[in-house]
Design a protein around this ligand. Sequence first.
Ligand SMILES: [Zn+2]
Length: 130
Amino acid sequence: MTLRRKCNSLNEQEQPCGNWPITDETVCFWHSPNHQEAARQARVLGGRRRRTEQVTQVVFDLNDLTSIEMLDRVFAIATLDTLQLENSPARSRALIALMKTKMDINKHTDLDQRIAELQEVTGEDNDIKL
Ligand SMILES: [Zn+2]
């Protein structure tokens, strides 16, 4: 049995950090005095990334990233963007792939609906996720 080493530092909530320590150190990347500047830059980049994700989510009207409606919205965006490209064999292949994907989404949605209807009739309550 191998015991997993953990960072010796505490997090902002004064709880044990729990991250993997850097090789030959007792603390993780985030708590290492030898990596303070790199950790600061990583935090800045992470913040920018999260802000960019939020802006992208608003711009593309993607409210619930886990819903079927979101899949439909992403499919519509991808299809419209692809249609705006110059006509080429690559664009045709991309459109065919998009259509196949949409057909798969529709098939799964239809099956989920049918299963839900059957469960309603039989009284079963098994939750099936995609
Ligand atoms: Zn740590």
